[in-house]
Ligand binder design. Structure first.
Ligand code: PLZ
Length: 450
């Protein structure tokens, strides 16, 4: 008899290590993997997952690990949430695919309605659905170029937008994302981000915006720029939070120059930062917004939402794809969005954020190797440096992450130099489990940083 109870009910919300990590079954799978899986696809964890529920992953050896990464900001509502499991299995038993471009269905329309309602701004909006964050970003750029009749796209230092050819060009970091994979798409121009820790002391958000926009004006020319594309808080690039006023100044300049502002909220969106979308905290209303990750509780789904007149500029048939807005993914999204609304996960993200900050705050005071604790809501990070400098220390970050992993706590690293430890727990994580996970991280920091 196959178990039908959702995994969240079956998985106790506790850390439980019964073997050293990785255990023997994970090691056996790792050996099989070497012979079958291309090495270019890497994994953070050495353990193989058998099931997951809430904020706990269970590996093939029966170890229970605390998940402070949510599969890179995806399972914000938690793993195997009963409402999502029911919606997904119900939809899978009705139909799994028709292709929206062949036989349309209600779930797609309903997800677009939800995106139009939840994203910043009260203007008329339209949406289109895709499969991944990269695909959403590519389509946002296509739409912006079509609507403006211009080609240039301005992006920022430390940006991450994906791994497809266009999004590799939009992404800043060469290794591992771009090296050897060129040539890259043309008409992409990179300008400096506001990165308060590494900018000249005291540089304000408006000064950082003037530095970036001045460069765009001189080197590209406002009249040829279709869009400025920005993550309101950078994700892979190191959870870089721009100085207050930076985003607003970029937004004003865009409006004054008929340049579209595209907010890439693939990582920051859907309650993560203690708002539905991170732009809200800056009072910024983008023309186009890209979403993915947290949108569908773990199923592949992404969206582009934008001003109706921009979105409807593209000719009929100009946007699409076989799987975009898959009905099972749409069912997961609608259930996940209900969980977010009913459980007020915006407020919960803020409380999780306070716990993260108070646990990490002490580490900054104790260790000169912690340059900064930063982030917003349940998206917080610490940047590690060589003591007495701001020289990045990726070895320390890797050692801290590995120590957490050995103890059954999943944390992720990020940053242009790989020296940032980031936390993205499920927003529904219990207080006790979160405290336990954080105490393991703090111990690891004390151990590695001395
Ligand atoms: N835009 C802001 O964070 C994905 C990448 C993991 P996809 N970030 C995780 C990796 O190493 O591949 C991301 C993002 C922002 C776009 C993307 C791309 O989203 O769903 O991975 O295509």
């Amino acid at each position: 008899m196959v178990a039908t109870a959702p995994a969240a009910d079956l998985v106790p919300q506790e850390r439980r290590l019964i073997t050293a990590l990785p255990g023997p079954r994970s090691q056996a799978l790792a050996a099989r993997r070497v012979a079958a899986v291309a090495p270019g696809v890497s994994s953070t964890l050495p353990v193989y997952v058998e099931r997951a529920g809430g904020a706990v992953l269970v590996d093939v050896d029966g170890n229970h690990l605390i998940d402070l990464g949510s599969g890179i900001a995806v399972t914000s509502v938690g793993h195997a949430v009963p409402e999502v499991v029911a919606a997904v299995s119900g939809q899978a038993s009705r139909f799994t695919h028709t292709c929206f471009m062949v036989g349309p269905y209600e779930g797609y329309v309903e997800v677009c309605e939800a995106l139009n309602r939840l994203t910043p701004g009260t203007h008329d909006k339209l949406s289109a659905l895709f499969n991944s964050g990269a695909e959403a970003v590519e389509n946002a750029v296509k739409i912006a170029r079509h609507a403006t009749g211009r080609q240039a796209v301005v992006v920022f230092d430390h940006a991450y937008h994906g791994r497809t050819n266009l999004t590799m060009a939009l992404t800043a970091k060469s290794h591992p994302y771009k090296q050897g994979f060129g040539p890259f798409a043309p008409e992409i121009y990179r300008v400096p981000m506001s990165y308060p820790l590494r900018d000249p002391a005291g540089m304000s958000g408006t000064e950082a915006a003037a530095r970036a926009l001045g460069m765009a004006e001189k080197q590209v020319g406002a009249a040829t720029i279709a869009a400025v594309l920005i993550e309101p808080i950078q994700g892979e690039g190191g959870f870089v939070v721009p100085a207050p006023g930076f985003l607003a100044a970029i937004s004003e300049w865009c409006r004054a120059n008929d340049v579209l502002l595209i907010a890439d909220e693939v990582q920051t969106g859907f309650c993560r930062t203690g708002a539905w979308f991170a732009c809200e905290d800056e009072g910024v209303v983008p023309d186009l917004i890209t979403t993915a990750k947290g949108i569908a509780a773990g199923l592949p789904l992404a969206g582009v939402t934008g001003r109706a007149e921009i979105m409807s500029h593209v000719h009929v048939g100009g946007l699409g794809g076989t799987y975009g807005g898959n009905p099972v993914a749409c069912a997961a999204a609608l259930a996940g969005i209900s969980v977010m609304e009913d459980g007020d996960l915006v407020a919960r993200a803020r409380r999780v954020g306070e716990s993260l900050r108070s646990a990490l705050g002490g580490a900054t005071d104790r260790h000169s190797g912690v340059a900064e604790v930063r982030g917003r809501g349940a998206m917080q990070a610490i940047e590690l440096v060589r003591p007495g400098s701001i020289e990045p220390d990726p070895q320390a970050a890797a050692a801290v992450a590995a120590a957490c992993h050995r103890q059954g706590v999943i944390v992720l690293t990020c940053g242009t130099w790989g020296n940032v430890i980031r936390l993205l727990p499920p927003l529904t994580i219990g207080d006790d489990l979160l405290e336990e996970g954080l105490s393991v991280l703090v111990e690891a920091l004390d151990e590695v940083l001395g």
